[in-house]
Design a protein around this ligand. Structure first.
Ligand SMILES: [Zn+2]
Length: 729
C-alpha cells in the first residue's frame, strides 16, 4: 500500500477528522463522494461502493447485518444517503437458496433477471432506493467494505489482449482476474469462490470492465482502491514510453479560431443529420488528448473496435462514427459529404449488428444514429437527449480514448465482444428501465432562445419553457441579468452530470448571454454561442422591446423614434434573419414568437412611435410566417400593459400613469404597491376584470412554441384581459 503522500496519479482525499464525526452509513457516503470526485478513479455515474453494518431490525429489534450499497442510478461524486440501498443480509441468504434451486443458472439465464426483482424482498427498513445489478458482487464478498470502480488505468489492463498475465505482472498474488461476465448473481458467486480459493486476495480485475477490491476497515478499503489504481497507472507509464501515442499524428488541427468557425457552420448541419428520428443536444469536446486521438494514424482502427467498459459502452453505443477528413486540405463541403456517407454506412452497420445479435425476445431496434462523432481537427461531438446526457457521453468516450491509449501502450486494445455488447444494450432489464422512465416533457430535446430573458415577460418565459424540459439560452441587453436568470434555472432544474465539453459547450441546460438586437454582429455572436453550447436551436422567443416616453404632445426626438424602430422592428427582423440560417442548416421544424402589443391595433394619443413600431411588428410576424414556411412557424404575442415586475414600468412611469388616470395613491408607498394599484386600474378596463400577469404572457409564449399549436402561424394572440378596442379585424 502506498502512503497518503505517495499518490501521484490519483488524489488522496481522506480526512479522519471528517470521517470520525460520521455514522457508518455516512462514512460510506463520504468514501463514495471522495472516490467519485476523481475521474481517474471512476466515471460519472459509474462504479459502486458498499459497507456491511450491524443495525437493529425495526420490528424485532434484533441486531442484523445490513448491506448498504450504492443503488441504481445516481453518481458517487454527488451521492447522498438516499442514493444507497439497504439489504438485510440474513434475508439475502434466502435469495441465494432460491437461485441455487433453479434448474438453469448462470449468466443470461432467466433466473438471473428474476433475482433482480427479488432483491426488494431483502430490503432493510423499507428503504425505497432500488438495488443495482451489481448488488450481488457486494453481498457475496465476505468483507465489510467493497469498492467497485471503473478506473482508466485498470480498464486499460482489463481491455488488453493479455489482461490476465498483465494483472499478475502488476499486482502479483494480491489481485486476481475474472474474465468478462455481465454483472449479476452468478458473477457474485464466482467472486466469492475466488476469495475462498485464495483468502489473501484483496481484489479482482474484472475483464473488459474494471476493478473490485475490499477490506474490513473503510479507510483501508479506500486506500487499497487508490493503491491499485496508482500501481496500474505507474506500470502503464513505465512500460508505455516507447513510440508516439496512437501510431503518431496523421492530420494537423486548424488554429483555434478556424476550428471554432468550422464548428459553428458544421454543428447545425450535423444536428439535422442525426436528429431525423429524435432531436439531439450536442456537446463538443476538443481537449488536447481528444484532438491527438482523432488526428492520429490509429484512430480509424481503434474507433471501429468500440468501447470496453459496459458503462462507457451504454452511452457511446457499439462504436463511434469516425470521419476520415483532412482539416487542412479538404473543404467544408467535402466534410459534409463524408459525414452524410458515413452516417448512412453507420446506420446500416447498426441495423446489421442488431440483426446478427438479436434474440427472439429482443426489444425493437433503437435509433440507429451514432452518439459519438469523431472528426480530425475538430474533436469529438457527442449527442444525447439532453445536455447532461450528451456531456456524459462525451466524458465516457474521452475516458475510452485514455483507456485505448494506455492499453495500446502496454499491449493491444480490445473492445467488448459484439454479442456481449448487444446483450447489454438490449438487455430486457435495461428495456424495462427505459420503459419506466417518465414521458418526455413538451420541450425536451429543444433549445429555446429567449431574448429579453433578464426581466419581465422574458424572464417569466425562460422559467416557463425550462419547466417543460427546454434548454434555455437566456439573452438580454444586460449580460448580467441574463446570467442571473440562467443561474435561477440551473438552481431549480439542476446542473446535470457528466464532466466534459470544451468552452461554452461544457454548460448545463441554461446559459446567459448579452445581446444587442439592434446590431447584427451581436446577434450573430449570440447564435454562434448557442450553437457551440448545444449544437443548434429550435425555438426563438423575442420579448425585448423599448418604450420611449414622449413629451406632453406625444412627440419624441428623431433619434428616439429611430431607436424605437431599431429595437421593436428591425431588431426582431435581424434575429429572425440570423436564426433562419441555423433553422435551414438543421432542416428541423422550429418556431419564432415576437412580442408585439395591443397598442398595435388601437390608435390613441401619446405613444406614436411605440404604437406604430408595434403595428409594424405585427405585420413583420405575418411576412416572416410566409418567408420562413414551411420549416418555422412565426406568431406574435400581443400583451396589454403588464405592470408586474416590468422594466418598462419604473417608479416614475407608474406615478405619472396614476396621475393621468386620477387613481388615488400615496407618494410614500412602495413601487410594488403602486404597480398593483395601476394594474388594478387597468384590469377594470378589461372584459375579464383581473390584472394581467407575467405568467399569463409566458404561458402564451410557451404554447406558441410547442407542437400543441403546430398548425398556427402568422397569427397574433392578444393577452390583454379582453379589450374590445384591440380586437383584430
Ligand atoms: Zn461496473
Amino acid at each position: 500500500m502506498y502512503r497518503p503522500d505517495e499518490f501521484q496519479r490519483v488524489d488522496y482525499l481522506w480526512d479522519d477528522a471528517v470521517a470520525d464525526q460520521l455514522d457508518p452509513v455516512e462514512r460510506l457516503r463520504y468514501r463514495s463522494n471522495l472516490l467519485g470526485a476523481d475521474q481517474r478513479i471512476t466515471n460519472t455515474g459509474g462504479g459502486n461502493t458498499s459497507s456491511k453494518v450491524r443495525m437493529p431490525e425495526p420490528l424485532t429489534g434484533d441486531d442484523v447485518e445490513v448491506l448498504w450499497v450504492k443503488g441504481s442510478g445516481g453518481d458517487l461524486r454527488t451521492a447522498t444517503r438516499s442514493n444507497f440501498a439497504s439489504l438485510d443480509l440474513s434475508r439475502w441468504t434466502a435469495l441465494e437458496t432460491i437461485y441455487d434451486r433453479a434448474e438453469e443458472k448462470g449468466p443470461k439465464t432467466p433466473v438471473e433477471d428474476a433475482m433482480v426483482e427479488m432483491y426488494r424482498h431483502a430490503t432493510y427498513n423499507l428503504n425505497p432506493a432500488a438495488s443495482s445489478i451489481d448488488t450481488p458482487l457486494h453481498a457475496c464478498i465476505p468483507f465489510r467494505h467493497v469498492d467497485h470502480m471503473h478506473p482508466v488505468s485498470v480498464i486499460a489492463i482489463a481491455a488488453s489482449e493479455d489482461q490476465e498475465s498483465l494483472t499478475r505482472e502488476i499486482f502479483g498474488e494480491e489481485v486476481g482476474w475474472v474474465p468478462w461476465q455481465r454483472p449479476g448473481f452468478d458473477l457474485g458467486l464466482i467472486m466469492r469462490r475466488e476469495v475462498e480459493r485464495n483468502p489473501r486476495l484483496k481484489g479482482l480485475v474484472m475483464g473488459q470492465h474494471g476493478l473490485i477490491n475490499w477490506a474490513d476497515d473503510d479507510r483501508d478499503c479506500y486506500e487499497l482502491t487508490l493503491t491499485l489504481i496508482e500501481k496500474a497507472a505507474r506500470f502503464i507509464e513505465a512500460r508505455g514510453e516507447t513510440g508516439p501515442a496512437f501510431g503518431g499524428p496523421r492530420y494537423v488541427s486548424p488554429d483555434p479560431e478556424t476550428r471554432e468557425k468550422l464548428l459553428v457552420r458544421l454543428l447545425p448541419r450535423l444536428r439535422g443529420m442525426v436528429s431525423q428520428k429524435n432531436r439531439f443536444i450536442g456537446t463538443v469536446h476538443g481537449t488536447e488528448r481528444v484532438l491527438q486521438f482523432v488526428n492520429s494514424v490509429d484512430a480509424p482502427r481503434l474507433a471501429e473496435l468500440g468501447t470496453s467498459c459496459p458503462d462507457h459502452f451504454l452511452r457511446t453505443k457499439i462504436k463511434p462514427l469516425y470521419v476520415d477528413w483532412n482539416p487542412r486540405r479538404e473543404s467544408f463541403e467535402a466534410l459534409l459529404e463524408k459525414l452524410q456517407a458515413g452516417l448512412t454506412r453507420y446506420r446500416s452497420d447498426y441495423a446489421a449488428y442488431y440483426e446478427a445479435c438479436k434474440h427472439p425476445d429482443s426489444p425493437a431496434m433503437r435509433d440507429p444514429n451514432p452518439t459519438v462523432i469523431l472528426i480530425p481537427g475538430l474533436g469529438l461531438i457527442a449527442w444525447g437527449k439532453n445536455k447532461s446526457e450528451s456531456r456524459v457521453t462525451a466524458e465516457f468516450y474521452a475516458l475510452a480514448i485514455d483507456v485505448m491509449r494506455s492499453a495500446e501502450a502496454i499491449s493491444r486494445y480490445q473492445g467488448l465482444p459484439r454479442q456481449e455488447a448487444f446483450d447489454i444494450e438490449y438487455w430486457l432489464l435495461e428495456e424495462a428501465k427505459l420503459k419506466r422512465m417518465p414521458a418526455e416533457k413538451e420541450l425536451a430535446r429543444h433549445v429555446v432562445v429567449v431574448i429579453g430573458a433578464g426581466s419581465g415577460i422574458g424572464k417569466a418565459t425562460a422559467h416557463r419553457v425550462a419547466r417543460e424540459g427546454a434548454h434555455v439560452v437566456c439573452a438580454d441587453l444586460s449580460a448580467e441579468a441574463a446570467q442571473e436568470t440562467a443561474r435561477e434555472l440551473i438552481d431549480i432544474h439542476g446542473a446535470g452530470i457528466g464532466i466534459a465539453g470544451t468552452g461554452i459547450s461544457g454548460c448545463s441546460s441554461a446559459i446567459g448571454l448579452g445581446v444587442d438586437i439592434t446590431r447584427r454582429e451581436s446577434v450573430q455572436t449570440l447564435f454562434d454561442q448557442a450553437v457551440l453550447a448545444y449544437g443548434g436551436i429550435d425555438d426563438v422567443i423575442v420579448t425585448a422591446g423599448t418604450f420611449v416616453t414622449p413629451d406632453q404632445g406625444g412627440r419624441i426626438p428623431d433619434d428616439k423614434w429611430s431607436f424605437t424602430y431599431a429595437v421593436n422592428v428591425t431588431g426582431s427582423y435581424i434575429v429572425a434573419d440570423e436564426a433562419r440560417g441555423i433553422w435551414q442548416a438543421q432542416g428541423l421544424t422550429g418556431s419564432l414568437v415576437l412580442t408585439t402589443s395591443v397598442n398595435a391595433a388601437v390608435a390613441k394619443h401619446g405613444s406614436l412611435a411605440y404604437d406604430t413600431s408595434k403595428a409594424a411588428a405585427n405585420h413583420l410576424v405575418r411576412e416572416l410566417a410566409i418567408e420562413l414556411a414551411p420549416l418555422v412557424r412565426v406568431n406574435g404575442l400581443a400583451p396589454a400593459t403588464v405592470v408586474e415586475g416590468s422594466s418598462m414600468f419604473p417608479r416614475d412611469r407608474v406615478i405619472s400613469s396614476l396621475h393621468k388616470y386620477h387613481v388615488p395613491f400615496d407618494e410614500r408607498e412602495s413601487t410594488e404597491s403602486l404597480r398593483e394599484k395601476l394594474a388594478g386600474f387597468y384590469a377594470q378596463r378589461t372584459l375579464t376584470k383581473a390584472p394581467i400577469t407575467l405568467a399569463d404572457q409566458a404561458e402564451v409564449a410557451y404554447l406558441l412554441s410547442t407542437s400543441k399549436l403546430s398548425k398556427t402561424t402568422g397569427q397574433i394572440i392578444s393577452v390583454d384581459g379582453g379589450l374590445p378596442e384591440a380586437f383584430l379585424r
